[in-house]
Design a protein around this ligand. Structure first.
Ligand code: FES
Ligand code: FE2
Length: 451
């Protein structure tokens, strides 16, 4: 067991695992059990996915009353639907009669949702409106009001991104996102009109643990120069920059498990696509963003960077891919991917971004395949009976915290770092170990584990 204390080498996937034995982050160590243990996965559904604010839609997907999308919160299928008063509601996509799905489409516009099985129909606000053979129910004193679609606990949005939680005791969304809002604005508040999704949703299945994907985007700049180098050479004739060679102009920032790694070079990802028009567009935007926000954030807009909003939503600024890693058990995810653009961008710029993100980060995209293969093999090999008992290293970049900075959140020097990944797993541990929200420690101040 690599000499780590507190771990029972006989731990079986069927036995309970002591949470505190899974990680020793200030030493840069973690257990592989977090990627394969069925008991831990069940607990993730309860303490992370049934509790955190999860991304469920972009406002641009549902502009009119009755517009809806269906998606997942953990493994719970939900309908997110625009109301007549302009608000947004969310419901479990499951009929309260025998549980059948009431909406089978991914997106559309509906006046009501009707269950295929026995014909119960629901208004877009979730109320039960009627059913086939309703007179048979009348005589039983059936309570219509108590049999609507089960609503999500709360729903709210930030800069066009709609989030929902299944826990009515969760902190407000603004508090949940906290200091990350400052950085999110660099992408989602670049100008007055904000952003929109274009080109629909692309779905795929990757046989990996969801955390491998989320932690990759929260802070794994390290893999870019190695994993994606040959893909970049094949696509645009040049490899990925050695990001570790200039740590003085790059950062990792994190807040309560959310994290973003980036540099201050606004060419970055778009340049790696070789699309000069997108680079030109970003350079033209930069002074305007500097005026609207500040100079620092204006230099984040097209940098080689990646971000995860805890727990399972990620994006690449510049590459403009936005994605949610939906868990399907400990060893599989259903990946939903969209392209986001500035609403105010010219149509040809939007189209270039859509094509660029499909060429790179879609099931047929070269970089998505690079990543997916790594995550699948990591998941499969971590499952080995003896292998799963060996520790992993997650200690890169300890002692890189920047103390004298006015930037919000926990700030680290150098994007080639594992600070954000440690913070991600610290948050995971905090939530897994806390029975109620009030027991979840805040990580907006440095801790030993995050240093
Ligand atoms: S399961 Fe939906 S009406 Fe019976
Ligand atoms: Fe990658």
């Amino acid at each position: 067991m690599n000499g780590r204390k507190g771990i029972d080498p006989q731990t079986s996937c069927r036995e309970d695992v002591a949470l505190e034995s899974l990680m020793d982050l200030d030493k840069g160590r973690m257990s592989r059990l977090v990627f394969q243990h069925p008991g831990l996965y069940e607990r993730e559904l309860e303490r992370i996915f049934a509790r955190c604010w999860l991304f469920v839609a972009h406002e641009s997907q549902i502009p009119k009353a009755g517009d809806y999308v269906t998606t997942y919160m953990g493994q719970d299928n939900v309908i997110i639907v625009r109301q007549k008063d302009g608000g947004i509601k969310g419901f479990l996509n499951s009929c309260p009669h025998r549980g059948n799905k009431v909406c089978f489409a991914d997106a559309g516009n509906a006046r009501q949702f009707i269950c295929n099985y026995h014909g119960w129909s629901f208004a877009i606000d979730g109320r039960l409106k009627g059913m086939h053979a309703s007179e048979a129910f009348d005589s039983t004193g059936f309570d219509f009001e108590g049999h609507g679609l089960h609503p999500v606990a709360r729903i709210d949005s930030y800069r066009g991104l709609v989030f929902a939680t299944l826990d009515d005791r969760a902190p407000d969304l603004a508090d949940y996102l906290g200091d990350m809002r400052y950085y999110l604005d660099a992408v989602f508040d670049m100008d007055d009109e904000g952003t929109e999704f274009v080109g629909g949703c692309v779905k795929s299945v990757i046989r990996c643990n969801w955390k491998l994907a989320a932690e990759n985007f929260v802070g794994d700049a390290l893999h870019a120069g190695w994993t994606h180098d040959s893909g970049a050479r094949a696509m645009v004739g040049e490899g990925v920059d050695d990001l570790h060679k200039s740590p003085e102009r790059s950062y990792q920032v994190n807040f309560n498990g959310h994290g973003w790694e980036f540099n201050q070079d606004i060419i970055g990802n778009c340049a790696s696509l070789g699309d000069k028009e997108l680079v030109k567009y970003l350079y033209a935007m930069q002074p305007r963003v500097a005026e609207r926000l500040d100079d620092f954030r204006s230099r984040m807009i097209g940098s080689i960077s990646s971000c995860t909003i805890f727990p399972n939503t990620s994006f690449l600024a510049g590459q403009n891919t936005f994605r949610t890693w939906h868990p399907r058990g400990p060893q599989e995810i259903e990946l939903h991917v969209w392209t986001f653009v500035n609403k105010s961008a010219p149509p040809e710029i939007k189209e270039r971004w859509r094509k660029g993100s499909m060429l790179t980060f879609s099931p047929s995209g070269v970089f998505e395949m690079d990543d997916g293969e790594n995550w699948e093999y990591a998941t499969r090999t971590n499952d080995g009976y003896v292998t799963r008992r060996q520790d992993l290293y997650i200690g890169l970049g300890r002692h890189t915290r920047v103390h004298d900075t006015s930037l919000p959140g926990n700030v680290y020097q150098g994007q080639v770092n594992e600070a954000n990944q440690r913070a991600f797993y610290q948050r995971w541990l905090d939530l897994m170990g806390a029975a109620v929200w009030s027991d979840v420690p805040r990580r907006d101040v440095p801790t030993e584990a995050a240093v």
